[in-house]
Design a protein around this ligand. Structure first.
Ligand code: B16
Ligand code: MG
Length: 206
């Protein structure tokens, strides 16, 4: 192992609930049923793919323009909520793990579906910490496609087989495996049958 690629939302910082609240405002406005259970299915998906999953809950149809408007409005709500993120919002154990990886000479990268990744990293004080940031802005295909992780590996100059991924989404675990990387799970991804271990397993192996 030469590099560790971290998913952002749900691994480094718990913005997943803020995504939920922003989508919930949209679905309430549009009278579409939406709950935490459906929200789990959105983990790791792009904005566009997330909306498609949400719209499966309704018979109403939307034009492409209407869908784009909903996506933009959801992002506005989400941006308002992440404006108050701070270094205090880092998930438990993450600062220690990141510090240890750097001390031991591993490359560390972000592999996130979010187009807001740079802004979030700035808010939590980690913008300059990572060796590479691969996110929703530099990919065409979102997780479970391996593109975001393969780009991260390329950015840090490490072969995919020497990279491991930390993920909270089942689609993220799938993406890591497709990239030929080991996948360590936290949160919802602990339910994945194809993970290689948990975040604790990774920490104990260092
Ligand atoms: P944005 P991750 C993902 O981030 C989230 O899990 C997912 O819920 C969200 O739809 C996606 O980012 C896009 O985010 O709207 O900020 O571009 O878990 O891959 O870090
Ligand atoms: Mg995530």
């Amino acid at each position: 192992m030469k590099a560790v690629i971290f998913d952002l939302d749900g691994v480094i910082v718990s913005t997943d609930h803020l995504h939920y609240l922003a989508w919930k405002k949209i679905t309430d406005q549009e009278h579409i049923s939406f709950n935490e259970e459906v929200n789990h299915l959105l983990r790791g998906l792009s904005r566009e793919a997330s909306l498609e999953v949400i719209l499966k809950q309704t018979d109403k149809t939307f034009t492409l323009e209407e869908k784009n408007d909903l996506i933009m409005l959801k992002n506005q709500y989400y941006l308002e909520s992440i404006a108050s993120l701070s270094p205090d919002d880092l998930l438990e154990g993450i600062p220690e793990l990141l510090g240890l990886l750097k001390d031991k000479g591993y490359k560390v990268a972000i592999g996130s579906s979010s187009k807001n990744a740079t802004y979030i990293l700035k808010q939590i004080g980690l913008l300059d910490f990572f060796d590479a940031i691969s996110d929703g802005n530099n990919i065409i295909h979102s997780k479970p496609d391996p593109e975001v992780f393969l780009k991260a590996a390329d950015m840090v100059g490490v072969a995919p087989e020497a990279c491991v991924v930390v993920e909270d989404a089942k689609v993220g675990i799938e993406a890591a495996k497709k990239a030929g990387m080991k996948a360590y799970a936290v949160g919802d991804a602990l339910n994945s049958d194809i993970k290689d271990g948990t975040l604790l397993d990774l920490m104990l192996s260092l």
